[in-house]
Design a protein around this ligand. Sequence first.
Ligand SMILES: *Cc1c(COP(=O)(O)O)cnc(C)c1O
Length: 364
Amino acid sequence: MDVLREMPRLTFFRGRVGLYAILKALDIGPGDEVATQAFTCLAVPEGIMATGAKPVYVDTEAGGVNMCPQDLLRILGPHCKAVVVQHTFGVPAQMGPIREILEERGLPLIEDCCHTYASTYVNQVVGTFGVGAFYSFEWGKPIIAGIGGSAVVNDPALRAKVEEFYRSCQEPGWKTTLKIQIQFQAFMRLYRPEKYWQVRRTFQRLSKSGAAQGNYNPTGEVAADFGLRMAPPLRARLKRKLQDAHAVAQHSRDIAAQYESGVSAVFKRVFVPEGAVPVYARFPLLTDSKPALLEAAEEASVEIADWYKTPIHPLSAEESSSVHYEPGSCPNAESLSHRLVSLPINQKVDARTVQSIVEFLNGF
Ligand SMILES: *Cc1c(COP(=O)(O)O)cnc(C)c1O
């Protein structure tokens, strides 16, 4: 069976609903804690908090973008019932040490595979290490279907419970689906790496006004998203797109190799664990001049992304208490959000795009 091209059975309105479905199937709810890493996006705590559980945050590795195994030991308390491990930008987390800790404690592992479906760790593909994994298919992810996500459940007993939840979910209304479809078509037509900043400004304006389906829901209430499946036309698109899953992964490897050899060593690369083979969603780099670099990139219409700008993107320090993140508690993640930028890898990136980005960076 070809796991990369396989159409997931359990597709939801968004990736975070897949996370929520797995947590619910594990009977996680009020009074429980779920550990996840800082240097993540609001979608993850949103999925955890929709169950009533409280997210607790593990710091990132020094020089890396993923969960630090030693810091995980610090955070695991008696109320922690599951751990969400994110493979940020497609770099596999340190699954060996993390799995050892979780097995010893008897805690379930859930993988956040929103940035990659093809990376491997010691020859094993991500998404197969724990009880289950979740994926996202919105803008910026390796496979784009519009908005949507999936849950893949490796544990058979748990899968039956997630399927039961799936059957109880509804399809989104036609207006929401139409809005997503229009957004998808507009994005496909307008986006090119040289148009990144322009498209981004437009999308931010439209989602603020409610004309576009934004990425995040208001905190403090459980959004209707958590009872919704992915709409059938988006599912059909996902199925078609997955036919190209191997070509998309190969394109990512090729583009990443060009960045790797082209970009000056002044921009430090992030830590990749031994045995990990990343298939990147975006190519991450570290810089000590992030604000100036981004300003110059926007000026020159060169696509360089700023996320994650804060430990729980896009929340500011003041706002992050709403998802139980205490400012200062994860110093590596905070420093990372001030230093990390990323380069595009998607299907519209070609050798010429790479050349212009490399020239821009090396001349900065
Ligand atoms: C995009 C993303 C999610 C959530 O995906 P949605 O489909 O927006 O819910 C979760 N985790 C990470 C790391 C992501 O990048």
